[in-house]
Design a protein around this ligand. Sequence first.
Ligand SMILES: Cc1cc2nc3c(=O)[nH]c(=O)nc-3n(C[C@H](O)[C@H](O)[C@H](O)COP(=O)(O)OP(=O)(O)OC[C@H]3O[C@@H](n4cnc5c(N)ncnc54)[C@H](O)[C@@H]3O)c2cc1C
Length: 271
Amino acid sequence: MIKKRIELAKLTTIHLKGQVDIKIIESLNDFSKLPESFTIFGNCSNLLVKNSNRDFYKLSDKFSYVRVEENTLVCGASLKMSVLMRFLIENSISSLEFMAGVPATIGGAVFMNAGAFFESVADKILYVKVFCASQGIVVLEKNRLHFGYRFSNLDNCVVIESGFLYNRVDKNFIKEKIANNIKTRLAKAHLTNTFGSVFKNPLGDYAGRLIEESGLKGLVKNSAKISDKHANYILGSKQTDINDVLFLIGKAKEMVFKNFGIELEEEVKIV
Ligand SMILES: Cc1cc2nc3c(=O)[nH]c(=O)nc-3n(C[C@H](O)[C@H](O)[C@H](O)COP(=O)(O)OP(=O)(O)OC[C@H]3O[C@@H](n4cnc5c(N)ncnc54)[C@H](O)[C@@H]3O)c2cc1C
């Protein structure tokens, strides 16, 4: 495994200030070298690094592949959604296009059960190949997987590959669907300089509405700001101080609880 010191500003989509050491997993043999406790990074699009002394790992580009095998769309865990979208268009395939514009990897999206437009990754999953400290490398079929709202039962496991359902469709149809999804996303929120939703939506409500009605839209704390466009988004700067982000998260939780008696739960992973 290669060890690298990387600027968090390059690694995280909100461009955090500071540096971190990460080890790059190059092959399946490397999994046997993982310690008992570790954190695996995807594209760090829903991740804040608070304690840079932990054991951090990332899958190399060797796990970034996509192919069709009979009835399954097979994706390596470090495949980025943007690359997958191009593959869907080129091959006239419909599958995870609701994820267009989300800067995730397949591994992060499966672990988080990411979703949009009333669909989630779990709806399409056929199997997940994982490394789990307790079992080694195993293929888990759908009946051994549990998914919920931004939840999977894959804690302490590394997603290595996942197989998804797909349909053959007209190329222009899929191209247009992907373009429309990105357009809708941009109209409602942001594509860059953020980590997506800060909080999970409470049952029957929207975290964004609660934060907006608490008067926090546009609140600035030095290098970070609660978006004026979508209150459940925090925007960063070129070097975002995590303490500024954590301040805004704390403020939103405090004010929403004070005004509505609702405890917001972070969607973003703080490690
Ligand atoms: C502009 C923008 C828009 C977004 N829109 C959406 C949206 O519409 N819907 C949505 O659900 N999310 C959205 N997000 C949030 C984010 O993209 C998703 O949560 C995504 O699934 C995170 O993927 P990642 O590869 O970046 O994972 P990371 O952020 O790197 O990690 C997130 C979690 O997944 C774990 N993880 C990462 N890779 C693996 C792996 N291989 N195996 C096991 N665990 C792993 C990490 O340890 C961490 O706990 C958005 C983010 C941005 C920046």
